[in-house]
Write a protein that binds this ligand. Sequence first.
Ligand SMILES: Nc1ncnc2c1ncn2[C@@H]1O[C@H](COP(=O)(O)OP(=O)(O)OP(=O)(O)O)[C@@H](O)[C@H]1O
Ligand SMILES: O=c1[nH]c(=O)c2[nH+]cn([C@@H]3O[C@H](COP(=O)(O)O)[C@@H](O)[C@H]3O)c2[nH]1
Ligand SMILES: NC(=O)CC[C@H](N)C(=O)O
Ligand SMILES: [Mg+2]
Length: 520
Amino acid sequence: MHQKILILDFGSQYTQLIARRVREANVYCELHPYDVTPAFIKDFAPQGIILSGGPASVIEKETPRAPQIVFELGIPVLGICYGMQTMAAQLGGRVENAVIREFGYAEIASTEHGVLLRDIVDHTDPDGRNILDVWMSHGDKVEALPPGFQVMAFNAAAPIAAMADKTRHFYGIQFHPEVTHTLQGRAIIARFVHEICNLGHDWNMPDYVEESIGRIRANVGNDQVILGLSGGVDSSVAAALIHRAIGDQLTCVFVDNGLLRAHEARQVMGTFANHLAVKVIHVDASRIFFDRLKGVADPEDKRRIIGREFVEIFQAESAKITDVRWLAQGTIYPDVIESAGGKTKKANTIKSHHNVGGLPETLHLKLLEPLRELFKDEVRELGLALGLPREMVFRHPFPGPGLGVRILGEVKYEYAELLRQADQIFIEELQHSGWYEKTSQAFAVFLPVKSVGVMGDGRTYDYVIALRAVETQDFMTANWAELPYSLLGKVSNRIINEIRGINRVVYDISGKPPATIEWE
Ligand SMILES: Nc1ncnc2c1ncn2[C@@H]1O[C@H](COP(=O)(O)OP(=O)(O)OP(=O)(O)O)[C@@H](O)[C@H]1O
Ligand SMILES: O=c1[nH]c(=O)c2[nH+]cn([C@@H]3O[C@H](COP(=O)(O)O)[C@@H](O)[C@H]3O)c2[nH]1
Ligand SMILES: NC(=O)CC[C@H](N)C(=O)O
Ligand SMILES: [Mg+2]
């Protein structure tokens, strides 16, 4: 049993980051909606609670409140932004519309009341006051302190920019410590969990590996498990972990759908089957995929067809193995959070992300998802701890539909071959120049349009390749990467010189939003 923090989510854009920061302080935490039941909170038995920010306004009626039990358990509570405002309102203070709203950088002076901000400082002002550079995003502010509280920090826009009741260990901060713009944010979160909640550093990878292996063994017993192995980070780490736990009871199914990157099949088989001695069934289904995709140009239709075909292959393969009771997946914590949000939010479907999650009932398999609690960088750390090669653990994510959504319109074998070569050149050059690690995701896109060129004094009429490279934390928003012109020039030269059929290369300079990372 780990010591743990409960984070109640009021709908902030940054709630996941709060969880990340707590984990980075080596403390286990979970994120749940603000309206969980009192019984849930009791059972969860947290050593501290964090209330997140949120878009609503405490001033309006019918807006979210923290379950009252949060303030009755005798444990520390930290309210961030909306979390602070609702704490103030619920405990007898007052919240008003702010005259001056703050969005972005702000300075606050701390009074050092309570332990949370004591000695945490960016600089001092001419009056000798401790100043923190913080990031704010609010239109409301706490106007009157609840009984028992004192001001912990202030500025002109928010005379109560932070407040504390040091007897009950209730803290409220108007700024966001979870975003990196708040320079001392990490230190503040660490202060809260270690010194105010008195939690140790009991969340670390080596312990996690052992615990997780124990849990997998206890769950699975003597059953057989199958896992769809893509060669991506998540399914690879899941495979390595489960294999460590149950060895030969695990069978991986790696589907070559003809839409993989260059040498992917060889690499995956090399690492897993040869190096780690994991049982991997290599299903060469490229012909089936190309057949099914013939004449289909609509991106959503393509995604659906590819997703359906994956499921059929899985079903066929699992039927060939006796005693399979479990389907293992590389589901990670952001997937869990996002699909929970997806049930309640009325979100627009931009793309239906392919996932083997939609397996038919007739498969009758239980789900084994050992990475459900982990963030991507924790998954990477786990991969390294399990001995997976760095190139595998740190590779960019690759979507399930693969090159199928990077060939615009109809997918043809000929296009896939051209794209594979271009993508390989781009990735090679990024790696040589040190830019692969500086970008979050990079790839080539095949445009099935022809343009005129001149090569060796002759006319060409060939296809176009677009290059895409982005920097992002969470893949929800992204900036295009400012790759050096010299690097782009070299990649362009190589693609046009080395690949017959391509005579023009362009670079995608669109952010997300308004564009998405993949072109389809
Ligand atoms: N070619 C494939 N063969 C078998 N299973 C696959 C294949 N492609 C995708 N999958 C399954 O679909 C799941 C979702 O793919 P996704 O790309 O989200 O994760 P990943 O490949 O494990 O990691 P990453 O996000 O780093 O690419 C994978 O975990 C895997 O189980
Ligand atoms: O497993 C996946 N199955 C999919 O169908 C899929 N579509 C997009 N992606 C990846 O998700 C991230 C965001 O992509 P978009 O900005 O294009 O939506 C990027 O990292 C994309 O590569 C997918 N991953
Ligand atoms: N970021 C937040 O939590 C904002 C809280 C509240 N909606 C405000 O504008 O003050
Ligand atoms: Mg993948």
